[in-house]
Each structure stands twice: as structure tokens, then as C-alpha cells.
Design a protein around this ligand. Structure first.
Ligand code: AMP
Length: 202
């Protein structure tokens, strides 16, 4: 796979994804391809630091292709069965909160692949930070083999019921192809900083 994106402002991407393998070979294989794609485009992978499940696959895809991979793992998860020992760098945090902040600080954008509670929690926290104007970085869902179809339908319902603003919905970029998703992330225009955030400075 050749490099497709050059001279861009995304140097690193945090990937949130399952710590289980799951049973869908398409999803499992695509996780590896995402790592490979990031490596080939010289984008550093930042992730949860585990060798398990889809997390391990993304890391493998990047490392097999000479990519830079940084794991950020809380101390309590650092047991031998979990932590990936072959990463470019591994950062240990005191807890989950510090980990999320660290992953945020190290990354120019975020992608959620299929996952469970942990993935959803990470995706929605980073979306919420974006909605509050705490960061202006692009966030994408890779809708691998339609995994996120039902969630996307739920988000449409939130919009219809007036519980989610269109401008906030637009913070979430979606594609079923990694190259297309990265392109959307490169073109992403963040929301203007909310007025109330600058209140003290005016
Ligand atoms: P889940 O989707 O519930 O499998 O959780 C995956 C997400 O939660 C990953 O993006 C990680 O940041 C975190 N996580 C869950 N389990 C682990 C684990 N065993 N080791 C490292 N991180 C994990």
C-alpha cells in the first residue's frame, strides 16, 4: 500500500477499538489495514497499549510496516497478559482519566473502530470535549462492515428529537474506508470557539 497523503497537518492519530477479537473476520482484518495505512502515510498511531483484540491488530499493522506506535496504558492494566511489549514507546499513566488526557494531548485526531464499552466511552468523551470547545481536532468513525449503522441511526434520532445539535453532529466524521475517513479529517473545519469560553478574557 502506497503513501497517499503528503504534507498534511495530522502527524498522529489515536485509535479507539475493541480489546477483543470479535467474530467478524472483515472487522478483524480491517483493524490491521488501518495500522498499515497509518504507517504508510507516516502517521503515528497512539492507542491503548494492549496486545489484545483489535487493539493488537492495529498496532501489528503499523509495526509490521515500520510505523511509529505509542501505547498509553494505566498502571493497573500493565500486566504481562495485556501490555504490548514491542511498541515504539509505552507511556504508563496513573489511571484511566490521565490516560485519556495523555492520548488527547499526543494526537492530532481520533478514530473509533468497532469496539465495546471502552471504545464507546472513549469516542463519546472525546466528542463531548469537542462539543464543549475543549479541543478542535477531527474525530472519525470507521464504519467497518456496517458495525456502526445502528449507532448512526440512533444519532439521527437524537437530531430529530432535538437533543443533539446539527453543528455538534457535524463534529463526527464517518466513512467505511480509511483513506476516505482520513481525507475528511484533513478537510475538517472545527466549530468556532463558543463565546462563553472567552468570557473571562473579554
Ligand atoms: P472495549 O471496547 O470495551 O474492548 O475497550 C477498548 C478500549 O478501552 C481501548 O481503546 C482501550 O483504550 C481501553 N481498554 C479496554 N480494555 C483494555 C485492555 N485490556 N488493555 C488496554 N486498554 C484497554
Amino acid at each position: 500500500m502506497e503513501q497517499q497523503f503528503q504534507d498534511h497537518n495530522i502527524q498522529s492519530i489515536a485509535v479507539f477499538c475493541a480489546s477483543n477479537d470479535g467474530i467478524d473476520p472483515k472487522i478483524f482484518e480491517e483493524a490491521y489495514l488501518v495500522g498499515e495505512f497509518l504507517a504508510n502515510n507516516k502517521i503515528e498511531l497512539v492507542f491503548g497499549g494492549s496486545k489484545l483484540g483489535l487493539m493488537g491488530q492495529v498496532a501489528k499493522g503499523a509495526l509490521d510496516n515500520n510505523g511509529k506506535v505509542t501505547g498509553v496504558i494505566p498502571d493497573f492494566l500493565k500486566s504481562k497478559e495485556v501490555v504490548h511489549t514491542g511498541l515504539t514507546s509505552l507511556i504508563t499513566t496513573q489511571d484511566m482519566h490521565e490516560r485519556k488526557l495523555k492520548m488527547h494531548d499526543l494526537s492530532d485526531g481520533f478514530i473509533a473502530l468497532p469496539g465495546g464499552f471502552g471504545t464507546m466511552e472513549e469516542l463519546f468523551e472525546i466528542l463531548t470535549w469537542g462539543q464543549l470547545g475543549l479541543h478542535r481536532k477531527p474525530i472519525g468513525i470507521l464504519n467497518s462492515n456496517h458495525y456502526y449503522d445502528d449507532l448512526l441511526e440512533l444519532l439521527q434520532k437524537m437530531l430529530q428529537k432535538g437533543l443533539l445539535k446539527e453543528s455538534n453532529m457535524n463534529l463526527l466524521l464517518v466513512s467505511d474506508k480509511i483513506e476516505d475517513l482520513i481525507l475528511k479529517m484533513l478537510e475538517f473545519k472545527p466549530l468556532p470557539v463558543p463565546k462563553w469560553m472567552n468570557k473571562d478574557q473579554t
